[in-house]
Design a binder for this molecule. Sequence first.
Ligand SMILES: Cc1cc2nc3c(=O)[nH]c(=O)nc-3n(C[C@H](O)[C@H](O)[C@H](O)COP(=O)(O)OP(=O)(O)OC[C@H]3O[C@@H](n4cnc5c(N)ncnc54)[C@H](O)[C@@H]3O)c2cc1C
Length: 305
Amino acid sequence: MSFEVIVVGEGIAGLATARDCARAGLRTGTVEQMMFGGLVTSINELIDWPAGEGGPCSGSDLAASWITEAADAGVESLGGCATGLDASAGGLLLRTDAGTHEARCVVIATGASRRPLGIPGEADYVDRGLSHCADCDGPLVKGADVVVVGGGDSALQEAAVLAHYARTVHVVHRGTTFRARPSVHAAFEQAFAGRGEALRIHWQSTLASIEGTDGIDAVTVAGPSGTSRLPVRAVYPCVGLVPNSGWTGLATAADGAIETDARLAASLPGTYAVGAVRAGYGGRLVDAVADAVLAARSVKESLQC
Ligand SMILES: Cc1cc2nc3c(=O)[nH]c(=O)nc-3n(C[C@H](O)[C@H](O)[C@H](O)COP(=O)(O)OP(=O)(O)OC[C@H]3O[C@@H](n4cnc5c(N)ncnc54)[C@H](O)[C@@H]3O)c2cc1C
């Protein structure tokens, strides 16, 4: 079956784009390699998101409500992992591990993956103390000491969640100030208010190693005055995201984010990019929604020409 538009990725940016395209009367499909929802599904309390009266305020509730809206609008969920994109006589060919699809336009909404710390043995501790979801496993570290690595939005958001469970949250940050948005910073400070002893910030520091037998027993932190060993039970790496763009062959910025013009069109005619995979993305869910509105309008206009 040939589609007018296929959206690759069922994160918030992809779901919103697909829903808006279908509501505009376009035959729309989506391709998703895993579960719908993307990054947002690990967040229990959304910041900077206008949930509204009775609206979803956790990431998984938001994703669940939007996959329903997309389906109700007529979006067809095709499944599969996208592996390549080519121009064809009829428009574009999207290759996936589950087959090839034809569409006149393709919107890339494949988001971004967590950047690894890049220290020896890191992979051995995944799900054995090394976690990317404080909301999921915070209760498991109740009363223990833990480390969050990073100084941006995600790091402070994870630390704020852990403040409810851990005895001490060590935040290891290579900079001298945090980069988080004011709203995220305020939530972080609120979480530790009156519990100053529960927070230790290691400025100008990096995580040098993780050690442990069954799980994590300790980490080594390298800072301005040398290295120190911290006994901890868990490590939460929040050192940035890597755009999932490699499979597209589209023009990207140095960090791998897809370059787009003011209409969110990418380098191959008929392709567009929205959300965390594109260069210049604002970083918040409201920005993903704004991208979706613009991309759906651009796709519709291009198909009417
Ligand atoms: C810890 C953390 C907390 C955050 N908290 C907030 C918050 O409180 N408020 C806020 O506004 N923002 C928050 N954000 C930011 C927000 O989550 C992101 O901006 C938003 O989720 C990006 O959505 P996306 O759809 O662009 O990408 P993603 O959510 O990454 O979705 C991309 C989807 O594409 C799929 N995919 C990837 N590659 C392929 C492929 N080759 N084929 C098929 N499918 C593929 C993935 O499986 C995924 O489902 C937070 C981010 C993090 C990391």
